[in-house]
Design a protein around this ligand. Sequence first.
Ligand code: AMP
Length: 283
Amino acid sequence: MQVLRSAEELRRSLCAERRAGREIGFVPTTGALHEGHRALLRASASECRVSVLSVFVNPLQFGPGEDLERYPRTLDADLEVARAERVGYVFVPEPAELYPPPVLTTVHVAGITEPLEGAFRPGHFDGVATVLTRLFGVVGCCRAYFGEKDFQQLLVVRQMVTELRMPVEVVGCPTVREHDGLARSSRNRRLDPAARAAAPCLYRALRAGAEAVAAGEADPGVVRERMAQVIASEPLARADYLEVVDPACLVAPERIAAPVRLLGAVHLGDVRLIDNLAAAPAS
Ligand code: AMP
């Protein structure tokens, strides 16, 4: 396993791998790796000869007052995980390596970036699209693995890659959860014991919403209310949003007549968690 800080070195190494006929799997992350990341690395290792992991806390995707400074950084442990998951190259760039000044080029995906996370984190998806464009530019032709845990991000990446005809095949992987349903997240390690005990309320709320849909509830307002009740019963939690949307365009349907996606974001103290779940009316 090689740990590289230079974009040029990584580009050259991966060109050589491709010339030798090896397919590249790429897993971009913010580090503080957990079982969710491991599932992406395993999918990559099972489908591609060479796996590339990037670990980069991207300043562009954090807004003012968000947790950029407090975001957990655990590089030594991350390298152990990478080794165990048969990663060939770990790319750990300094910010100036991906953003050599002056930074004049950013990427904006319209439409699907506006609701949900986009409404609460202005500029977040511009940061995501910009860093991924730069990373894909370095890595080149690859399969790139993303978690459904960040459902809106997955849609944004698919849209960008398709429209810009990037030589990247986007692969979505299911959300990995703790035993109590809490979606694995690097931010979970910042939950104190009381907040950790309360945190599964988000998954419970999504489950309650999905059960209502499966039982025939066709009014999105009623489903939203079901989810809100679960969060309201947990004094430590405060919701940013709990929504019912069309999984293709992230717009709320007037009536639920086809599969939908339920998405939520909650604060537990100073930690903000997101999660989502598929739901479908019984046929
Ligand atoms: P992050 O390090 O949080 O930026 O996430 C890097 C990648 O891991 C993204 O594609 C995430 O969607 C994915 N990911 C994070 N948490 C999970 C999880 N619990 N299950 C599956 N994928 C995840």
